[in-house]
Design a protein around this ligand. Structure first.
Ligand code: AMP
Ligand code: MG
Length: 333
């Protein structure tokens, strides 16, 4: 595996407090922007010979992120998703084509992962407050967990409506929407004629082309050391998503309660510490990083190894690294 651990460059370039939506990068013809949107740091970096055109492309990506947030945020009371959560138990609720299709794609991942990925996790998940250190008690989990089941969602493709069969259902797209937003960001940059770029939203990024003839290098952080990096991946034309138990969590009596929920228990999934997925679309890598985190090392690698064009790096509960078959083959050559 030593061949994979190469350079020391990361994709982060600053804290949200100093967010700037368009500045010149460190090398010629590179431009970068960042903004706090969707509860995370959005980063865009691209190559363009015309600075004004570069900044207008970055602005278009940021506008798209804000638009997606206004549709899919579970925190904004006026979002289309919040409307669904309020009305879905009472009637088939119109959600529009975009949200309908993302919920439809989420259900495909639920089928593929035998329920490990389930956007109705929020039926219990919404009662955790990671900042405030609060969690539902055992009785609440017992009562609410029957509402976690993607089969409670009834989709009508013609009408673009969603209805909940169980009154306790709540939907949250936190495991897939950032990846979707990154894909939309890349699509917009391509429409602006950009051929070399990176769009990132927290743990989800997509890379277009190379970086002045070199691959981009993405670091996988050490789940137990904020400043540490356990592997560096040289990448081109790929999406990469990492799910970790260090992103949003609190500890109580030595137990870590974090934001990825095992739908079978309503409790945090604890088999692994982080999962990084590589693949074509960020929508897919985002959903799969969350899925494999819940599935754990064996079932997770089984799933990834049977998929075309998808790879995984998993750090298990003891800090050991595991790689999908084609990464192992790549490292051996
Ligand atoms: P990520 O960082 O991409 O793994 O996404 C984690 C987010 O996915 C959480 O903050 C939740 O919004 C959502 N989530 C948590 N557990 C699940 C699950 N079992 N299935 C689908 N989404 C989930
Ligand atoms: Mg994910």
């Amino acid at each position: 595996m030593s061949r994979m651990i190469l350079l020391l460059v990361t994709l982060s370039f600053g804290s949200p407090a100093f967010a700037k939506e368009c500045v010149q990068g460190q090398s010629d013809n590179w431009w970068q922007g960042e903004a706090a949107i969707m509860g995370t740091l959005i980063q865009v970096e691209l190559r363009h010979t015309d600075g004004a055109a570069a900044c207008s492309a970055i602005a278009a990506v940021m506008a798209e992120m804000r638009r997606i947030d206004s549709v899919m945020s579970p925190y904004r009371k006026d979002s289309v998703l919040s409307h669904l959560n309020q009305a879905g138990a009472y009637r088939a609720t119109f959600v529009g084509l975009e949200l309908f299709e993302l919920i439809e794609e989420s259900l495909k991942f639920s089928e593929l992962t035998k329920g490990a990925f389930d956007v109705t996790y929020a039926s219990v998940g919404q009662h955790y407050d990671y900042r405030g250190g609060a969690k539902p008690d055992a009785e609440q989990i017992e009562t609410l967990s029957s509402a976690i089941n993607y089969k409670h969602l009834v989709l009508n493709k013609t009408m673009r409506t969603v209805r909940f069969l169980n009154p306790g259902v709540a939907v949250d797209l936190g495991g897939i929407a950032k990846g979707y937003a990154v894909d939309q960001g890349i699509r917009i940059l391509q429409e602006h004629g950009v051929t070399q770029a990176m769009v990132g939203a927290g743990g989800d990024s997509r890379i277009l082309g190379d970086r002045d003839g070199e691959p981009w290098v993405v670091g996988i952080r050490d789940p137990r050391d904020e400043a540490g990096t356990v592997a560096m991946l040289p990448l081109m034309d790929v999406s990469v998503s990492t799910s970790g138990d260090y992103e949003r969590y609190f500890e109580e009596d030595g137990v870590r309660y974090h934001h990825i929920i095992d739908p079978t228990t309503g409790d945090s999934a604890r088999a692994v510490r982080s999962v990084t997925i590589l693949g074509d679309r960020a929508t897919v890598t985002d959903a799969l990083s969350t899925s494999v985190f819940v599935l754990g090392v064996h079932a997770g690698l089984d799933l990834v190894n049977q998929m075309q064009g998808v790879d995984a790096v998993i750090i298990d509960g003891e800090g050991r690294m595991h790689f999908s078959q084609s990464l192992l083959e790549l490292a051996a050559n």
